[in-house]
Ligand binder design. Sequence first.
Ligand code: HEM
Length: 402
Amino acid sequence: MSDTVNELYWDPFDVDIDAHPYGVWRQMRDAAPVYRNDRFDFYALSRFADVEAASKSPKVFSSSHGTVLEIMSERPLGGGQMIFLDPPDHTRLRNLVSRAFTPRRMSLLEDEIRTIAAGLLDAQAGQGSFDYVQDFAAILPSMVISSLLGVPSADQARVHELIDTLFHIEPGVGMINDISFTARIELYEYLHAELESRLAHPRDDMLTDLVSSEITDVDGSVRRLSAPESAEFAILLIGAGTETVARLLGFAAVVLDEHPDQRAELAADASLIPNAVEELLRYEAPSPVQGRWTTAPVELHGTTIPAESKVLLLTGSAGRDERKYPDGDRFDIHRAFDHHVSFGYGVHFCLGAALARMEGRIGLEETLTRYPSWRVDHAGARRLHTSTVRGWTNVPVTAMRH
Ligand code: HEM
């Protein structure tokens, strides 16, 4: 074995590795496609084909023990969040909540997202410089989600405050801390009360859809979501759909500034933006690590992963795998590819993908019409570190008009 292989080390907690993971991920793909970390007791799959295959095999690669390394343990998590369920429980719940994610509801949001994005960017007009993440990318998704759910305007400021606090991170313990937990309880109680009130007074919003959708199970029984189940689901949407979109747009600001020619092409031709959003997701995955628990031994590349093991699927590495994407470390808005795994794959494929794509596209359209170019102040830029979400928390920019 070469020295490089002996020294090969990766875990999702190391802040320095997380800042520049692509070198080590490449080494893992080449030399240790079934990587073993004894310190934190997990395996990791880094090649596109392996991540995709494992995502398609929920029977063997289960989500029921959690999907975030620090909360995974021998005991299944319990609770009703669909992201931590396997089929058939997952299938029933997903079919039910998918009823609320109708194409109609999504298309109604197009104008709303544009109005919110334009308002946030216009508020910065004349400032010269602003923080693209704090003043824009981090606010847009929480406003969009509360609008999607149907949070009344009088309550929106408080709800946004609670969503912010939900993502409070403390050194050493990360996202599992009292401040975040207290916000979660208040948000849950608020949503529960709103859902109860929608039962009596339906409106044209997702909260109403959630408590009123019915599905007929294979055994003929008709099922609805209870108010507590709906409240849990709404919190999952907020958790899954806020931080991730903020990271996508933050990456857009940084990566496009590193590729000014491609940015100029996008500013000149907005029809290129949807593919640029896909390329951004492939190139810098906002949610690069998905945990799974093996229910049976898995034989792969000459290694046996025992049953009852933690396995991390490195979607962020899969996006750079040259076995799938020629010259994968090159950012190219014209790249032609069939799909990526940055929204996951298989049964847990991101339920909010259409919404995330719309927010990415409209966010960029509104940015580029106002500011065809900008300069990132790298000295002031800060990364956010959690073991699941990766990206920038501060991206100061000096924006340039035509
Ligand atoms: C750029 C933005 C986003 C990224 C990169 C992203 C990424 C992902 C990934 C990787 C998964 C799969 C997790 C797994 O396999 O364990 C997932 C699932 C999910 N996402 Fe997203 N997401 C984004 C935006 C959103 C939005 C806007 C929403 C909702 C409003 C959302 C809701 C969900 C839900 C509910 C699931 C669980 C689906 C299931 O278990 O069946 N996501 N997302």
